[in-house]
Design a protein around this ligand. Structure first.
Ligand SMILES: O=C(O)[C@H](O)COP(=O)(O)O
Ligand SMILES: [Mn+2]
Ligand SMILES: [Mn+2]
Length: 549
């Protein structure tokens, strides 16, 4: 967009921007729990967070369910919807809801992309393949969407379907894969009774294959290519047999980390059921983009060099959604993504303000792509600097400090460079969330403590630079490491439904933080207007209101 056509921001005459930067720190996955045994945030030694939460400007924010555009308040928050709400200052109906609506209204199946996929396999007699995350987590996908697509494929007389399943264990209980496999198998068996050849063809853990994000580990995607496309992995007679065998052989693994497998005919010793060949149609049925972009590029990108795809099948490929609006990935998609426009990043770029976004690899796209409304490119490269601090590929429960210190080092160095400073810093600490997903309580406590050490450095830098510090989170995770109590207690690897903390530290204020004026249910979507206000601007009228009094 040219500078002339960019939306503009009006000044807020009642506010004076600080001399230094507004530093907006997202502690990923650090919610406000119940202070019980499984609350790693309360258990952690966090003197700085405790002090921040004692400021008059501290409160808690809704970060799940309808407050972030999810279908219902039973839905957890997640990084995508959380950072979208933070960045855009409004609540948009998110992928989970848009796909469900489009299926319910039939719009998805009336669209030309669905018809193109179906026509392709009618002509080629190759299967229609579905690849995606098999659970009801509703973070990246929902099994109900897959079931609806299968029914419709049968109604459209597609004779042969192959499903490639990624087991979850990260947005749902750690070992719950069989539940979803049984549901899927029952639906497939029903369709087979009607004469259709519909089968599960391959699978594996989502954190072992296919669903890498932000190019942290391309080898994961290559493993997925081998399993789904080439049909190369250990063979089993059924997905249930695969998962049961892998559970028994690897007592330490949950569903997210299961090795890849293929289903083969002749009771598991014959040919793999579903390699992807020329003429096939392929639907990646996840709606969320971060972990869908790399496999999408492997299918679509002609100048791809990340690994050797040969022989690369010529297929008709579509995503459940478009995953990146700037890069137009994928080219074809079944549901239009939320039309997130005029995010705070775009408005500030339009106002000539300088922004720095920084995180380690695991969360790099959260402060860039998600924050910008699922666009990866800066609005104005002359005004925006995006810094990725490389993550380790090592098990995070063994290194819960992750790269928090390095992120802070790099940030503080950038803030002390000579020349025009940054007006806004967008920062994410991955620890609470990424280590929370391992289900390891002790490691997660350390993860939260590592973040707290960094917050202390941010507090000092804020004072030295004459800035303002905003500390919050995108959703809970570390705050709830168990489900159930007593005998029924289970490790919880997924996010929580808890609210998240908010504190604004402004050393210029007599009570060290601005007075807040809170709506009935303050949420993440109030933070964009709040941030713009701290920077001396009035937010657009359709933004959810600022929390400053
Ligand atoms: O992708 C993931 O790691 C989980 O499904 C959700 O976690 P996030 O929303 O914090 O990324
Ligand atoms: Mn997150
Ligand atoms: Mn998470």
């Amino acid at each position: 967009m040219s500078a002339a056509s960019r939306p503009t921001l009006a000044p807020d005459p009642t506010r004076v921007a600080p001399e230094g930067p507004v530093i907006f720190a997202v502690m990923d996955g650090v919610g406000v729990g119940r202070g019980d045994e499984g609350d790693a945030v309360t258990a952690a030694l966090t003197p700085t967070l405790d002090w921040l939460r004692g400021l008059p400007s501290a409160t808690t924010l809704a970060a799940h369910g309808t407050a972030v555009g999810m279908p219902s308040d039973k839905d957890m928050g997640n990084s995508e919807v959380g950072h979208n709400a933070i960045g855009a200052g409004r609540v948009f109906e998110q992928g989970a809801k848009l796909v469900a609506q489009s299926i319910a209204s039939g719009a998805l199946f009336r669209g030309e992309v669905w018809r193109w996929l179906i026509e392709g396999v009618h002509d080629s007699r190759e299967p229609l393949h579905f690849i995606g995350l098999l659970s009801d987590g509703n973070v990246h996908s929902h099994i109900d969407h897959l079931l609806a697509l299968l029914d419709r494929a049968a109604a459209d007389a597609v004779p042969k379907v192959r499903v490639h399943i990624l087991t979850d264990g990260r947005d749902v209980p750690g070992r719950s894969a069989l539940r979803y496999i049984d549901t899927l198998e029952a639906a497939l068996a029903k369709l087979r009774e009607q004469g259709f050849d519909y089968q599960i063809a391959s699978g594996g853990g989502r954190m072992h294959l296919t669903m890498d994000r932000y190019e942290a580990d391309w080898a994961m995607v290559e493993r997925g290519w081998d399993v789904h496309v080439r049909g190369r992995a250990r063979k089993f007679a059924s997905a249930r047999a695969a998962v049961e065998t892998l559970y028994a052989e690897h007592p330490e693994l949950d569903d997210q980390h299961l090795p890849g497998f293929v289903i083969a005919d002749q009771g598991g010793v014959g040919a793999p059921l579903g390699p992807i060949r020329d003429g096939a149609s392929v639907v990646f049925f996840n709606f969320r983009g971060d972990r869908a972009l790399e496999i999408t590029r492997a299918f679509e990108d002609d100048s791809f060099t990340e690994f050797d795809r040969s022989p690369r099948p010529k297929v008709r490929y579509a995503g459940m959604m478009q995953y990146d609006g700037d890069l137009h990935l994928p080219k074809r998609f079944l549901t239009a993504p939320p039309a997130i426009d005029r995010s705070m990043g775009e408005l500030l770029a339009g106002a000539g303000k300088r922004q720095l976004a920084i995180a380690e690899t695991h969360k790099f796209g959260h402060v860039t792509y998600f924050w910008n409304g699922n666009r990866s490119a800066p609005f104005d490269p002359a005004l925006e600097r995006y810094i990725e601090v490389p993550s380790d590929a090592k098990p995070l429960e063994q290194r819960p400090w992750m790269k928090a210190a390095e992120v802070t080092d790099t940030l503080l160095q950038a803030l002390r460079e000579p020349g025009p400073g940054f007006d806004l810093v967008r920062l994410n600490y991955a620890n609470g969330d990424m280590v929370g997903h391992t289900g390891e309580l002790r490691s997660t406590i350390l993860a939260v403590e590592a973040v707290d050490l960094c917050l202390a450095r941010l507090v000092r830098a804020t004072e030295q630079l004459g800035g303002v510090l905003i500390v919050t989170a995108d959703h809970g995770n570390a705050d709830q490491m168990f489900d159930g109590e007593g005998e029924a207690r289970q490790v919880r690897t997924s996010h929580s439904l808890n609210p998240v903390p908010l504190a604004i530290y402004d050393p210029r204020e007599p009570r060290l933080g601005p007075a807040l004026s809170l709506p009935a249910r303050p949420g993440l979507s109030n933070l964009a207007a709040t941030t713009l206000s701290l920077l001396g601007f009035a937010a657009p009228d359709d933004y959810d209101p600022s929390l400053l009094a």
